[in-house]
Unconditional design. Structure first.
Length: 442
């Protein structure tokens, strides 16, 4: 098959593109016209759900979209079978820091038996709901970025700053082989990114939500040891006793954090959450546990979430001195899942006031689009934004879904067609405003 001329140009730029891209058939159904909605459905039908996401058809599909729009594209691979797709719309002043629009290729699994429509069929109901795993999280934004660029190009808009759009693997399993490796690469540094947008969450109200930070997850295992022996004796410092003392202390801390939320002084995502995950002790027997032997080991696991305002050193000290003190024969292990400070040691937060000029441009673009933002929030969970923030890049989490139930990771995830289409218009304002922004040269 021959390569069309503009693809050859792209080939010269990146040298990584194969003509096979052109033969990728968009997964539209025969009766479907090629519209922004059917293109979204086409992306949703590609199964990139864990545990075995098939990234290559998704990459091919997105490349064919980029090709039809007329923007550059290249695939990078930092871990085998885990591609990152990077699209580039060159600005008229490429020396200015660029703007990145990120989304992830993968999704969490779906249990088809719990869905009213098959999760990878992208059925659009008569009332306009598009059902698919990834409809909200976050294939919507991945395609909306493209559709907004398509429309802006059609209107002969020329960006001043270069616009990049990235599609990364493995966000749903922690992003260590995806965004984490991408942001650490020379290819990423060369993009000279000044500001980025990543995924947010749906808003049940009529204002869009925007997120300036994520919480950092820690897995905490605490282990207690004590004298084993016959169950009839009296024990000081037994393993289970020591573990239970810790659980009491931790429960008090957990309640103190929750009280702040209940009193309305902080949002859920602004405090440290401590949720017990497992408790284990005892010697198994065919009928359950041996009841007349005191176990010598006991262990518990907890899921902690730290907002960027939390002091990680203070938390480590609390764990060492109060939750798993050596004086009670306890040890612990903290599994830190991602950064909590940036490369300069600053909390991973993006400012949402006038001291951050990117915030002003973004929020003004939303206003000009005729929309409203609710009070900026910390996301209770995590996204790939944390890896970008770790590099010192300001990032906002934003998915333009209002009047929409929050269905990410849920059964029957869906998005209303009109909400999706409105989001494309919103991104036209956002992309054009950010790309024309003249200030912030660093
Ligand atoms: Zn997501």
């Amino acid at each position: 098959m021959a390569c069309p001329h503009n693809l050859l140009l792209s080939f010269v730029f990146f040298g990584l593109i194969s003509c096979a891209v052109l033969s990728a058939t968009p997964p539209l159904l025969q009766e479907e016209e090629d519209t922004s909605i059917t293109r979204f459905q086409g992306y949703l039908r590609i199964k990139t759900a864990h545990p075995d996401p098939d990234y290559s058809p998704a990459i091919s599909y997105l490349k064919s979209q980029a090709h039809s729009i007329g923007i550059q594209y290249k695939t990078l691979e930092f871990a085998p079978g885990k591609p990152v797709l990077l699209l580039t719309w060159l600005g008229s002043n490429p020396s200015l820091p660029s703007v990145l629009f990120n989304s992830h290729l993968d999704s969490v699994p779906a249990e088809p038996s719990k869905w009213v429509h098959p999760p990878f069929s992208a059925v659009r109901t008569a009332d306009g709901k598009i059902y698919a795993r990834g409809a909200q999280d976050d294939k919507c934004i991945g395609m909306q970025y493209l559709e907004a660029i398509r429309n802006l190009k059609r209107k002969n808009f020329t960006p001043t700053r270069t616009i990049h759009v990235s599609y990364v693997p493995d966000e749903e399993i922690g992003g260590l082989d995806g965004s984490n490796k991408f942001v650490g690469s020379k290819e990423f540094r060369d993009l000279n990114i000044g500001f980025a947008l990543d995924e947010g969450q749906a808003s049940p109200g009529d204002e869009f939500r925007v997120f300036y930070a994520d919480r950092t997850p820690w897995g905490l295992k605490i282990k207690a040891k004590g004298p084993p022996g016959h169950g009839s004796r009296m024990y000081d410092n037994s393993a289970t006793e020591n573990l239970m003392k810790s659980v009491e202390v931790m429960s008090r801390f957990r309640e103190s954090q929750f009280d702040v939320v209940k009193a309305g002084k902080a949002a859920n995502s602004e405090v440290i959450s401590v949720n017990p995950v497992y408790l284990t002790a005892g010697i198994p027997s065919p009928t359950g546990f041996v009841m007349n032997v005191q176990p010598s080991d006991a262990e518990a696991g907890f899921d902690l979430r730290l907002p960027p305002t939390a002091d990680p050193d203070q938390m480590r000290k609390r764990i060492a001195e109060e939750w798993a003190p050596a004086i009670r024969n306890m040890t612990y292990e903290i599994i830190e899942k991602g950064p909590i400070r940036d490369y300069m040691g600053r909390p991973l937060m993006t400012l949402t006031n006038d001291s951050n000029p990117w915030w002003s441009v973004f929020s003004e673009a939303i206003r000009r689009a005729g929309e409203k933002l609710s009070k900026p929030e910390i996301l209770p969970s995590t996204t790939d934004a944390r890896f970008l923030r770790q590099m010192g890049i300001p990032v906002l989490g934003f998915s333009p879904m209002k009047n929409t139930p929050i269905l990410l990771h849920d059964h029957n995830e869906h998005l209303q067609d009109t909400v999706y289409l409105n989001g494309i218009e919103v991104y036209e304002f956002v992309i054009s405003s950010l790309s024309l922004f003249a200030g912030a040269s660093d």
